[in-house]
Design a protein around this ligand. Structure first.
Ligand SMILES: NC(=O)c1ccc[n+]([C@@H]2O[C@H](COP(=O)([O-])OP(=O)(O)OC[C@H]3O[C@@H](n4cnc5c(N)ncnc54)[C@H](OP(=O)(O)O)[C@@H]3O)[C@@H](O)[C@H]2O)c1
Ligand SMILES: [Zn+2]
Length: 391
């Protein structure tokens, strides 16, 4: 755990106060839509983290997703105290270039990915499970009150930096999105210990986007029979990737979730919901097997209302001892689990992860192309910025 002093210093802006050297970063002005820009700021220096615990990382790649789009649209996101801008980017990958004298867990040259959430004050934050905070105010690098990683360098405490083996360097930018899935699935298995003996066989993943694909991968690595539901008609890249895992893809346009495919391939012992469509949650509840567990991950910011067969859903949940659980963010434990699963994936399905990296954009100065690609590119699975070459 970092010292209180180091947390306090990090809370003052994640080490982004002006040092003597400068660097480029992509930032937004929170509260004002469409303000993404590139700016020169001070490069962080090790002494900004007390106790000799600083780790300076050269950023190589940063992935972007809907969160970055929504922050640029000023739907949420706040600047760190003392700043009027927020450096964006939460899906990082980089290489350690400098460590403080009291850092023994990382060395110069290590490939690393940083976690996103930083501790608040609840009991969960204090024991390292800051992804389970009960605080209303949360701290997330690149999202809320802490600068992110779309910059040439970042500084942090080793507590929040996870080492990645060199064999994963070409795909490690996918680790942060993978942790969302790792947490959801680990929580599902943890909850199911209630059953003393739980032998899940059939899983469904709702959504075949980046998160759905990674959920399908992790569930296949656990040995489950997996059916993934999306809207687009097969074949397309995502359905091909799903089939390469030995999983099945169904388009809900021709094959509704509660239709023939659920009768044939379900009901499902585990369902991971990642469509972004809250209506799918209620269909998922009905496709869940007795004693099953449904993991919800879609962040639905709208105010949609729908009609559901409430009595039936409730009755099936009660009589079937079913569980539904929400999951957000991830702590260090799930990053470490993600590293293991990505290594497992590379040996089980070589080259598969690489194929998710569909849309690279070179250089921080090309932030506009990065944003346009994120917003409009057809067939994009992961859009990411190649901030620097690895040399
Ligand atoms: N909880 C967390 O910590 C966390 C972290 C990151 C992301 N998320 C959430 O995870 C969700 C998925 O993210 P993503 O990046 O994978 O999104 P994405 O790339 O937009 O993928 C969404 C997928 O869901 C499918 N879909 C959408 N509406 C559907 C419907 N009504 N019925 C069936 N399929 C539907 C889409 O199909 P088509 O493309 O064929 O239309 C697509 O395959 C988002 O809601 C995001 O907020 C949560
Ligand atoms: Zn993300």
């Amino acid at each position: 755990m970092p010292t209180t002093a180091s947390v306090t210093k990090l809370q003052a802006g994640s080490g982004m106060n002006a040092g003597s050297a400068t660097m480029k970063a992509i930032a937004v002005i929170p509260g004002q839509p469409n303000t993404m820009h590139v700016r020169d700021i001070g490069r962080p220096t090790l002494d900004q983290i007390p106790g000799g615990r600083g780790v300076l990382v050269k950023v190589l790649r940063v992935g972007v997703d809907g969160t970055d789009k929504e922050i640029n649209a000023a739907e949420y996101g706040a600047a760190p105290p003392g700043f009027d801008y927020l450096i964006t980017g939460h899906e990082s990958f980089g290489r350690v270039v400098e460590v403080g004298p009291s850092v023994s867990e990382l060395a110069v040259g290590d490939y690393v990915v940083a976690t996103v959430r930083r501790p608040g004050s609840s009991i969960y934050d204090q024991i390292g499970t800051y992804d389970m905070t009960t605080d209303d105010l949360y701290y997330e690098r690149g999202i809320n009150l802490r600068h992110g990683y779309l910059s040439e360098y970042y500084l942090d405490d080793p507590e929040y930096i996870v080492k990645v083996p060199p064999g994963l360097k070409d795909v490690a930018v996918l680790l942060e999105p993978t942790t969302v899935v790792e947490k959801g699935i680990a929580q599902a298995y943890e909850i199911q210990r209630r059953l003393r003996v739980w032998r899940p066989r059939k899983a469904a993943v709702m959504g075949a986007g980046t998160i759905g694909l990674l959920a399908a991968l992790v569930l296949r690595l656990r040995g489950l029979e997996v059916t993934v539901f999306g809207r687009t008609a097969a074949p397309y890249l995502n359905s091909d990737l799903i089939e390469e895992l030995g999983a099945r893809y169904e388009s809900t346009v021709t094959s509704p979730i509660l239709g023939e495919s659920c009768r044939r391939h379900g009901p499902f012992d585990v369902i991971f919901e990642a469509t972004g469509a809250s209506s799918v949650v209620f269909e998922s509840m009905r496709a869940l097997a007795k004693n099953g567990v449904l993991v919800l991950s879609s962040v639905t910011g709208g105010d949609k209302t729908i009609q559901v067969p409430a009595d039936r859903i409730n009755l099936e949940f009660v009589l079937g001892n079913k569980v539904m659980v929400g999951t957000v963010n991830a702590n260090r434990e799930y990053f470490e689990l993600g590293v293991k699963d990505m290594a497992h994936a590379e040996s089980q399905y070589p080259g598969w992860l690489q194929r998710l990296l569909t849309h690279p954009v070179k250089g921080l100065e090309n932030w506009k192309l990065l944003l346009d690609t994120l917003t409009t590119a057809k067939g994009a699975i992961k859009v990411y910025c190649e901030v620097a070459e690895d040399r």
